[in-house]
Ligand binder design. Structure first.
Ligand code: 6R9
Length: 677
């Protein structure tokens, strides 16, 4: 077990950093008062505000409607609509619209492989050609408007190509992170009833080669057993064209002619095919993306056309102050919402040159990121606190030996950024001359909802600062009363913005219950937040049973159910323990069935169980034997006590323990922690 360290400080520091002066000239939002004017306008004249932004984009049919909604479960069904009646196509706006403006030969993406020297690039025109051809392939496989297509690909150019090809023909993509297990992939394919899967033979990360096709095959088998067969599996033979890390082998890959087709062969077959854009209604589905749910089962978050398009375009433009000559690098994976909105849709709609990186920041050494910054002259970088913390652990020389003078804006996303990481990012990476934008948002919000504007908002390390245009955040107490002025409570949003999710795929009830039932009339984020005297917002983290590991949300219930699926486990409780680099990490307490013992072999089996059911990211760092779990007399596990034990904080106030069915459990758990595991 790795050591669970005391929580790193999230203590606010009072320093305020003004926007870097050189950014102000020519910025889309320059100076705090411009932000304030625009923000006020976005609330007071919401319809004209958003129409003005949408006017930069192409609509086949216009609409005279703005945002329409019901956020109050007491008044009927929850709904959100934007520009009802308009017709558009998001892929068209990413590609043809830019090409028509003369940008066909601009680089859309540089691709950087895992191994040094492996690289490709693609222009807007080439990207359009590939997207059109793949969309013809999909059509030939029977994919029609509204059908779901599952995408299980590593960070290669074919990933955005696949997403955009779906968007072009109105198919709903469901991207599954390539680090997820075959069971996770299968459950997502089944939930969305996807009949086509796009995957790859494998990929490289650091010294390792991952056999993705094997996992896809296992998932296809599981789907068949559940009577939800995948009819076509399009396979990118990626490993055949890249360098393999030294010491690793090029794996043997199996193909099944009944299901598998070769991506490259299909693309040559359909090269030059006309595959017209499908004009989509404003509220037709664009994509679904699964995110952890506190009950364990992931939720398919649905985003639609006009609203997501306008919002991803606007947030990318303003938060990163995107300009024509930018080279923008978002280190996220397209398997997460950050990759959807800020690698693919937002940047492409802004005609930005982006970077797609297959590898990891520490391969071949911890200077890789800064090597990339120097090589591509990156101007705007967007990453996660967990990556910053992991790189802080190495000598500064890994950063400073590369030229970072191109950098202007440094973004952070995924979890609250602790001030030490903020300051390192600012001082060491950004040489104290770049703006830091700590962007708070969620899969559900589609794009940033609380974030600084780089040339306008003074920043405070650890605070996501102020709301984006059109977003009206409120802090409410446990009774649902708004807290005015400084205070702390539950972070809710009072009205919709165009990019907010529209439903949980196939489960409108769950949508209403999860986000709108706790505080009627508000969208509830699931996070806690504090507002300071300046009106700045400090997101304090999840207040529900979700945990944030390296910026990724995981459900404690989902990990628990993976553990209890093992025949030796009677009961399991998982809590978040603080971790220096990952922010937090799953810490599991398990009680075993009679006769079972928590041997190192069993611990390995339990870890494997979680790895196969969910994925490597969810594997607990610590698994502790617990003869019993602390429960109230009504049988509820008291997680706050387990959390204190996981934190190793013996002096902590455990609160009232008299309601426990058996108080002696606590002493036993402390003892078990001593023994370690
Ligand atoms: C974009 C993304 C959403 C949850 C969210 C919150 C946490 C994200 C944050 C942040 C504080 C930030 N979170 N960004 N907390 N400051 N800048 O990460 O989406 O994977 O759905 O996670 O992540 O807890 O509720 P998603």
């Amino acid at each position: 077990m790795s050591d669970v360290k005391p929580k790193f400080g999230l203590n606010p520091i009072e320093d305020v950093f003004e926007p870097p002066a050189p950014l102000l000239a020519g910025a889309h939002v320059s100076g705090l008062s411009s932000y304030q004017d625009m923000y006020r306008d976005s609330l007071a004249n919401s319809e004209t505000f958003w129409k003005r932004i949408a006017a930069d984009l192409y609509f086949e049919n216009a609409s005279d409607r703005g945002l329409e909604w019901n956020f109050d479960v007491r008044k009927g069904d929850i709904f959100i609509r934007f520009m009802q009646g308009a017709r558009t196509n998001v892929a068209y706006n990413c590609l043809e619209r830019n090409i028509a403006r003369g940008l066909g030969s601009k680089i859309a993406f540089f691709w950087e492989g895992n191994e040094l020297g492996d690289e490709r690039k693609i222009t807007y025109q080439e990207l359009l050609d590939q997207v059109t051809t793949l969309s013809a392939v999909l059509r030939a496989k029977g994919v029609k408007k509204g059908d779901r297509v599952a995408i299980y690909l590593p960070m290669i150019i074919e990933l955005p190509v696949a997403m955009l090809a779906c968007a072009r023909i109105g198919a709903v993509h469901s991207v599954v992170f390539a680090g997820f297990s075959s069971e996770s992939l299968a459950s997502r394919i089944i939930d969305g009833k996807a009949r086509v899967l796009i995957t790859a033979d494998g990929f490289c990360r650091g010294p390792k080669v991952f056999k993705l096709k094997q996992l896809a095959d296992d998932a296809i088998k599981l789907c068949r057993e559940q009577n939800e067969p995948v009819e076509t599996c399009i396979v990118v033979k990626h490993l055949e064209r890249v360098r393999i890390p030294s010491g690793a082998d090029r794996p043997q890959v199996n193909y099944d002619d009944a299901v598998d087709v070769d991506y490259t062969e299909e693309m040559s077959r359909f090269a030059g095919a006309k595959s017209p854009v499908e004009w989509m209604d404003a509220e037709d589905y664009l994509f679904m993306l699964y995110t952890s749910g506190s009950t364990g089962k992931p939720k398919g978050v649905v985003h639609t056309q006009a609203g997501y398009m306008t919002y991803s375009y606007a947030t990318a433009k303003f938060t990163f102050d995107l300009q024509d000559d930018d080279v923008y690098w978002c280190t996220a994976d397209c398997g997460w919402i950050t990759g959807h909105t800020y690698i693919v849709y937002g940047p492409l709609m802004n005609a930005t040159t982006g970077i797609i990186f297959e590898g990891i920041p520490t391969h071949p050494d911890p200077g890789r990121c800064w090597n990339l910054v120097e090589k591509y002259k990156v101007t705007k970088m967007y990453t996660a606190p967990t990556l910053i913390r992991s790189l802080m652990a190495f000598k500064e020389e890994f950063v400073t030996k590369y030229d970072r003078s191109s950098l202007k804006i440094l973004g952070s996303v995924g979890e609250p950024i602790n001030p030490a990481a903020w300051l390192w990012y600012y001082k060491v990476v950004g040489e104290s001359r770049c703006a830091i934008v700590d962007t708070y948002w969620q899969t559900e919000t589609g794009g940033h909802i609380i974030t600084p504007m780089p040339a306008a908002t003074p920043t405070k390390p650890g605070s996501a600062t102020l709301p984006f245009f059109g977003v009206e955040p409120v802090i409410v107490d446990a009774q649902g009363q708004e807290i005015e002025g400084p205070g702390e409570g539950n972070l809710c949003i009072k009205r919709p913005w165009p990019g907010i999710m529209r439903t949980v795929y196939g489960d409108a009830d769950r949508f209403a219950k999860t986000y709108f039932a706790s505080f009627p009339g508000y969208y509830f984020t699931g996070d806690g937040a504090r507002r300071d005297e300046d009106g700045y917002l400090w997101v304090t983290g999840r207040v529900d049973d979700l945990m944030n590991v390296s910026g990724h949300l995981l459900s404690t219930a989902e990990i628990e159910s993976a553990l209890v699926a093992h025949h030796s486990v009677a009961e399991a409780a998982v809590v978040a323990a603080p971790h220096d680099i990952k922010g937090s990490t799953p810490y599991a307490f398990v009680s075993l069935k009679v006769g079972a013992k928590l041997t190192p072999a069993l611990i390995d089996e339990l870890k494997l169980m979680v790895r196969t059911k969910i994925g490597a990211i969810a594997v607990p760092d610590a698994i502790q034997y617990s003869p019993g779990l602390p429960k109230t007399r009504s049988g509820k596990i008291t997680r706050r006590i387990l959390r204190k034990i996981a934190e190793g904080d013996r002096k902590a106030d455990l609160g009232d323990t008299t309601t426990l069915a058996d108080e002696s459990v606590i002493a036993q758990l402390w003892e078990g922690r001593n023994g370690g595991c």
